[in-house]
Structures are given as structure tokens and as C-alpha cells.
Design a protein around this ligand. Structure first.
Ligand code: BGC
Length: 451
């Protein structure tokens, strides 16, 4: 038994993202987004899966809120599909799209579930991609205008807003390595995309301060880097990898600077940025959201463009996405963020694991002991970080539902609720039942041995 406890108002919830669960991407006047296009280009997504149906949440949202209530969730983090609100990305508002999210928010509130709304979780309107997407400097203004529409319609009912989900993934996957939409592979574009993402973040926070009365923050994915050996080369590789993934976005947002290693990594592809841009990017944030999944043991290695590589651990446990289960990394990174950025209120906005799940058994049971074990270990880690002084306010499991795992299609299941993609039947897995007890005990039951 540990003496550590979760704070009394700790917020317990689960997370999803629009394109991963909603389906019906073009319904009710919505415009296309880059993920619809990307997935409809053969070879980009495993099995050529698309988000056309996904979990059909766009039509089953009411049942899904009932499911959340039955699980005892206190909060639900979801994202808004920009192209449902502004089919052309800017200008004309599609009221039907806005109504969808307005009804969802009302239903959540009626069930005592607090909404946490992310403005952008990767599904950029295609119309904006056609104008250069994240490479066009104007996107900061486009994003702020989109934010204004949502703030005007929902602020008050929504009290916690997130600008961007994981800008690192957008730039690294979408513009540097091309494994995610829009599928570019260009070292000269990635820094520009990153910088414009951060300018857009800053502009949206400014827009929120004009009209919003509650809280707004940024969500990043961070992953601690540990050296493979005590060589000077590995230490330098760790510094590069850490700057690239963990500091590239938090430093400008919170300190107004970029880590110098980015120049070393990108060389002539990393420009000098105007001071005005840095001032725009650095806005006061009410909280930060941290998505944590794994760590990386890093070594100096010839690789593009980081010259750092990850070393698989012979004794490690790995999830279906090839990520090592390493809860201590979460403690280390949360303490690092506290010390580097000041103790900003923090939500764990994603944490979870894809494991192979056995089929739904008679009586509707899905035994997923590895996922439960993963969640338990990470919740204990969070509690330890809290005991070490980190101001952690809440925890959102990734994910409420099995869903479209981007380029992996439907082959990786992160849900605490199983989704039968043939019938759309939802079945809470054992991990969901376990999580319900965790919530009801405000985390005390994470000390109990697993069944
Ligand atoms: C993303 C989610 C994704 C999850 C698991 C995060 O990077 O925000 O959309 O499904 O990780 O890969």
C-alpha cells in the first residue's frame, strides 16, 4: 500500500478524436479533410482502411454518452472536425456541423460529464491543404478564426479547451517522414509546419482571451530518452532526440525559444524565426496536456535527420504498436516538465495501450489483463509524480473506444471498450470495468492487486 493519494478534485475521463471515431466525414455539409483523402489513396493506410464509418459515433453519439455515464466517467476529451464547422476551412460556417458538437456537449453535461475540447486533432480541411496547409503562414489566422467560431458557440458549456493535439506528430509524421496525412517527406517543410502550428496555437490562445472565460492549453506527446550507453556520442544523441520530441513545442509555447539542437538536426532547413513570431507563440496557458505512452533508449546512429536511433530492450514488454511499457518514464518526464516550465497545471490527456484482445466471450466479456496492468502501473506512476510535487489535475485514458489507429487502420485496438466493426456493438473490456472502480475510489483501488 502506498501513502500517496490522488487529489480530491482529480478529474477521471477518457479521450477520443473526431476522425478516429465519428465516421460520416462528409455528412450534413462537412468538407473533406486530409485524412479522408490520404486514406482513399491506396497504400497509405493498413488494409486501405478509411474513416468513412469508423465507430459510427456521428450517429451513435447519444448511446456513447450513455456508455460513458455507465462507466462512471467524469470527463470526456474529444476533438472537433474543423471541416464540419468550416467546410472550406475558412469563411462560411456550417451550422449543422456546429449543432452536432453542441448537442454532444449538452448531452455530456446532462450526464455530469465534463467536456474537454480539442480544436485540432490532425484532420485538416482539404481546402486548406490545397492552399498549403501548415506550410502557409496564413494558417495562424485561419485557425484563430475557426477557434472564434467554436468559442462563441460553446464557451461556458465547455470550460477546458485545447488548441492542438501533438504538433510533433503532425510535423514528423505528416511533413518529415510522410507516414501520416498529408504524407509529405521533406526536411525543409517540417520546421515550417512546426513553426506555423505553434503560431496557430498562439493565435488561437489570443483569440480565446478576447472572448473566452475559462481555460485553454496545449497538448503534446512527450517521451523520455535514456542513453543506451555512457558514451559521449549516446549522450549527445539523447540531447538531440529529447530536444526534437520533448522541447520543440513546449519551449516556444512556454519559454518563447526553440532548443538550439534543432539547428544541429535540421541544418540549413532550420531558419531564423522573427522575434514577433516567438512573441505570438508564447502565450499564457492555463494548463498543459501530456500524452504519454512509452520511452526510448537512444543511441548515436546514422539516421535521417536526427542521427539517433532507438534500441529495443531485450527484457522489455512491448505493446502491439511496438512501444515499451515503461511507467517510470512518466514520472521522470513529469518531474522534468515541472522543473523546466514551472509547475503548470497538467492533465494527462492520453495514456493507454494497444494489445491483442481475445474475441468477445459468451456473456459479453473481453479479458484484457495486459491493458489493465498497463493502466494500473501508469496511474501509480502519476500518483508518484503528484507526491513529488507535480500539479497533475486529471487523467484521460486513450481510448474510450477501439478506433481508427491512423495508418494502422483498425488493426490496433486501444479502447477500454471493444468495438465490433461489423455490428458497431460496444462491449466494455475488463479494463473498463476496472477503471470504473478506480474512478469510484478516486484512485485508491490502484493499490489492489489485479484479479
Ligand atoms: C494520438 C492518438 C493516437 C494515439 C495512439 C496519440 O499520438 O493523439 O490519436 O491514436 O496516440 O497512437
Amino acid at each position: 500500500m502506498s501513502n500517496h493519494v490522488f487529489p480530491p478534485n482529480f478529474l477521471w475521463g477518457a479521450a477520443t478524436a473526431a476522425h478516429q471515431i465519428e465516421g460520416s466525414p462528409l455528412a450534413d455539409g462537412a468538407g473533406p479533410n486530409i485524412w479522408t483523402r490520404f486514406a482513399h489513396t491506396p497504400g497509405n493506410v493498413h488494409n486501405n482502411d478509411t474513416g468513412d464509418v469508423a465507430c459510427d459515433h456521428y450517429r451513435r453519439w447519444k448511446d456513447d454518452v450513455r456508455l460513458m455515464r455507465d462507466l462512471g466517467l467524469q470527463a470526456y476529451r474529444f476533438s472537433v472536425a474543423w471541416a464540419r464547422i468550416l467546410p472550406e476551412g475558412t469563411g462560411r460556417v456550417n451550422q449543422a456541423g456546429l449543432d452536432f458538437y453542441s448537442r454532444l456537449v449538452d448531452e455530456l453535461l446532462a450526464n455530469d460529464i465534463e467536456p474537454l475540447v480539442t480544436l485540432f486533432h490532425w484532420d485538416l480541411p482539404s481546402a486548406l491543404d490545397d492552399r498549403g496547409g501548415w506550410l502557409n503562414r496564413d494558417i495562424a489566422g485561419w485557425f484563430a478564426d475557426y477557434g472564434r467560431v467554436l468559442f462563441g458557440a460553446l464557451d461556458g458549456r465547455v470550460k477546458k479547451w485545447v488548441t492542438l493535439n501533438e504538433p510533433w506528430v503532425v510535423s514528423d509524421g505528416g511533413y518529415l517522414h510522410g507516414v501520416l496525412a498529408p504524407g509529405h517527406r521533406n526536411k525543409y517543410e517540417a520546421p515550417i509546419a512546426s513553426h506555423n502550428l505553434m503560431r496557430a496555437h498562439g493565435a488561437a490562445v489570443q483569440a480565446y482571451r478576447e472572448v473566452g472565460k475559462h481555460e485553454i492549453g496545449l497538448v503534446v506527446n512527450i517521451e523520455p530518452k535514456y542513453p543506451h550507453s555512457d558514451s559521449a556520442g549516446d549522450a549527445a544523441a539523447v540531447k538531440r532526440a529529447h530536444a526534437y520530441m520533448n522541447e520543440q513545442y513546449l519551449d516556444p509555447a512556454l519559454l518563447g525559444t526553440y532548443p538550439q539542437e534543432l539547428k544541429e538536426i535540421f541544418g540549413d532547413a532550420w531558419p531564423e524565426w522573427p522575434a514577433d513570431d516567438m512573441a505570438l507563440i508564447r502565450q499564457k496557458l492555463d494548463f498543459i496536456g501530456i500524452n504519454y505512452y512509452t520511452r526510448s533508449v537512444t543511441r548515436d546512429q546514422d539516421s535521417y535527420p536526427l542521427n539517433a536511433g532507438a534500441v529495443k530492450q531485450p527484457l522489455g514488454t512491448y505493446t502491439e504498436t511496438g512501444w515499451e511499457v515503461f511507467p517510470q518514464g512518466m514520472v521522470d518526464l513529469l518531474v522534468w516538465a515541472k522543473d523546466r516550465y514551472g509547475n503548470i497545471p497538467t492533465y494527462i490527456t492520453e495514456n493507454g495501450a494497444a494489445f491483442f484482445d481475445a474475441p468477445v466471450a459468451e456473456g459479453g466479456r473481453v479479458r484484457d489483463p495486459l491493458r489493465t496492468d498497463y493502466l494500473q502501473k501508469h496511474l501509480r506512476a502519476i500518483r508518484e509524480a503528484i507526491a513529488l510535487g507535480c500539479d497533475i489535475r486529471g487523467y484521460m485514458v486513450w481510448s474510450l473506444l477501439d478506433n481508427l489507429e491512423w495508418s494502422h487502420g483498425y488493426s490496433k485496438r486501444f479502447g477500454i471498450v471493444h468495438v465490433n466493426y461489423g455490428t458497431q456493438e460496444r462491449t466494455p473490456k475488463d479494463s473498463a470495468r476496472w477503471y470504473t472502480k478506480v474512478i469510484a475510489s478516486n484512485g485508491a483501488s490502484v493499490d489492489e492487486p489485479l484479479p
